[in-house]
Design a protein around this ligand. Structure first.
Ligand SMILES: [Zn+2]
Length: 135
């Protein structure tokens, strides 16, 4: 049994800890995890020993730090999704142009092996220089 008043003493409320309470630690819990930069917290006071008091302080700071950078991280993710969507659309457009070009080559009697080489070259160009391609 932890976090209780026993035999005239109050014990740390960390599960399994048998030490006596040394201080009241404030645990600030963000109420919402959304894109808003401003947020409110619900503060809970917990009686803890010195060790768990330091541990809770460290974890609360990490939690609040994560909450404060969340809007920036969500913005980065939104931008990445937009970029990915733009690149996907560009690739679809290029694929459609390639289909037309292949049909035109086929109509002119170009061999399948030659069309495959042209297809590979167009796909490599569509992926851009950062995708490699140097063999
Ligand atoms: Zn403790």
């Amino acid at each position: 049994m932890t976090g209780t008043y026993r035999h005239g003493r109050t014990y740390c409320q960390a599960t399994g800890c048998q030490a006596r309470v040394r201080r009241a630690a404030e645990i600030e819990l963000p109420v919402a995890w959304e894109q808003d930069r401003e947020y409110t917290t619900l503060t809970v006071l917990v009686g803890l020993c010195a060790h768990h008091g330091r541990e809770i302080d460290r974890r609360v700071q990490a939690l609040l730090s994560a909450r404060s950078v969340l809007p920036a991280l969500l913005t980065v993710i939104d931008c990445a999704i937009q970029t990915e969507g733009d690149q996907h659309q560009r690739l679809c457009d290029l694929q459609a142009q390639l289909d037309v070009a292949e049909a035109a080559l086929a109509a002119q009697g170009v061999e399948n092996g030659e069309m495959a080489a042209v297809h590979e070259m167009v796909v490599m160009l569509a992926r851009g220089p950062e995708a490699g391609g140097a063999a």
